[in-house]
Design a protein around this ligand. Structure first.
Ligand code: GLU
Ligand code: MG
Length: 435
């Protein structure tokens, strides 16, 4: 018997999980058009493998069509090579399916381009922890780094082999925590890259006899695992559009409007960018995550941060200049999180908003009344509150396909119900298992 090489056609679904089906590799050509069969109700499978109420029931058929632009094919150590392709979910007629997360992101990116002729460059910076423990608890330390050098070198090699551009990797501050950074990619590719990075991190960890988790927080007495999305804009010829030396904090008019929209709609979109029950344990003050809808100039306590540039020369500054969305985590499907941020930014551009001044103080010291008077709001402090805030904004729900909001609510309701009787520690442990 000779093993038959298989390719796994995958979607990163609204639970942020990579699911799909495999087919024999020699069928690839046919599968690139006909895909593999998929079922609408799969959209309601949550991160704990429960199924939320589904409007589709047992009805309907879809196709999951692999995209060779999002292919990973590589072996870890002596193991059998892993081979998967992210793809699109389409109807039997070949039209995009409303709940395909790649389609949802493409729609947002098309809106941005139609509004501003801009294309989005983005990079997802990920923190993760190894579950085994036992590393020297040494933020940024060399001993902790060296203890997992093999894992990190395998991961960076795997990212490179997958066509991504590794930037840096480190032993982060938290216990057994690491951070991996890749260079920005254009449009859809950036979200695909984030999914690929998570999968390759898990594979590299397994190859090293470890288990990696991207769960938003493992221990509420310690720091969380953030996903920070770096955003900048270029025109169709690749010319940077993000920076203007005379704009507020260096932001171009486009960046200013986009940032203003993101800040205005932040409370409405965190349900999509930080979508787990425990995400809201991370989104609290003094964790260097995000707790208010504030703009920060190089301030890591801000939800949206204007990042520093190291370049000195104006054209290089214009290329490097970027803003960072920090209220995201890896319970979110990168495509959905990015779509929410882009739509919020587009709304800001469309409505002619301008960003508030960057905050430079500890907002947790302000009373609710003072916060409101200054135009700040505390982000929702629980998943149910975040879902309410999403649903209460007909503008935000209107960015998504018609039945998206109720389907998303039902999906999350089943996830919330699953953890309802757990204490916080057990809830964190359940998320550490699934993400
Ligand atoms: N761990 C922090 C978070 O949850 C981020 C720390 C940092 O890299 O600035 O977002
Ligand atoms: Mg970090």
């Amino acid at each position: 018997m000779t093993p038959m090489p298989l390719i796994f056609a995958a979607t990163c679904d609204i639970a942020g999980k990579v699911r799909g089906k495999a087919f024999p590799a020699d069928q690839l050509e046919r599968r690139l058009t006909r895909g593999v069969g998929w079922v609408p109700t799969n959209v309601q499978i949550n991160c704990f493998d429960g199924i939320g109420d589904s409007p589709f029931g047992s009805l309907g058929d879809l196709l999951l069509v692999p995209d060779p632009q999002a292919e990973v094919h590589q072996a870890f150590g002596a193991g059998v090579p892993e081979h998967f392709m992210l793809g699109d979910i389409v109807t039997l007629d070949g039209d995009p399916w409303d709940f395909c997360t790649r389609h949802i992101l493409r729609t947002a990116l098309a809106r941005l381009h139609a509004l501003s002729d801009a294309r989005l460059l983005s990079a997802f910076e990920h923190e993760f922890q190894l579950k085994g423990g036992g590393l020297p608890y040494q933020g940024f330390g060399r001993a902790g780094f060296e203890a997992q050098r093999a894992l990190q070198e395998t991961l960076m090699g795997a990212l490179h082999a997958a066509g991504l551009t590794p930037d840096s990797i480190m032993k982060e501050y938290g216990p057994n925590q690491f951070e991996v950074v890749i260079a920005p990619e254009i449009g859809l590719r950036a979200a695909d890259a984030a999914v690929i990075l998570r999968e390759l991190t898990r594979s590299a960890a397994r190859a090293a006899g470890e288990e990696a988790t991207f769960a938003p927080i493992l221990d509420t007495a310690s720091v969380g695992n953030g996903v920070h999305i770096h955003l900048s804009f270029v025109d169709d010829a690749g010319k940077p559009l993000t920076y203007d030396p005379d704009g507020p904090c260096g932001m171009s008019k486009l960046t200013d409007g986009f940032a203003a929209g993101v800040l205005a709609y932040l409370p409405n979109i965190v349900a999509l960018t930080a979508p787990s029950v425990i995400s809201y344990e991370r989104l609290t003050p003094h964790r260097w995550s995000a707790a208010y809808n504030n703009l920060g100039f190089r301030d890591r306590e801000a939800s949206l941060r204007i990042c520093p540039v190291t370049a000195k020369e104006p054209t290089a500054i214009a290329r490097q200049f970027n803003i960072e969305y920090r209220a995201a985590d890896a319970a979110a499907c990168p495509h959905l999180a990015l779509a929410a941020v882009v739509h919020a930014g587009c709304q800001g551009i469309e409505d002619g908003l301008t960003a508030p001044a960057a905050s430079q103080e500890d907002l947790s010291l302000l009373s609710p009344a003072d916060l409101a008077a200054r135009g700040f709001s505390r982000l929702p402090s629980s998943l149910p509150a975040a879902l309410d805030a999403f649903e209460q904004s007909s503008i935000a729900t209107g960015w998504f396909p018609k039945d998206f909001a109720p389907v998303y609510r039902a999906h999350k309701a089943a996830e919330i119900a699953y953890t309802a009787d757990m204490d916080l520690e057990a809830t964190c442990a359940a998320y550490a298992e699934t993400y």
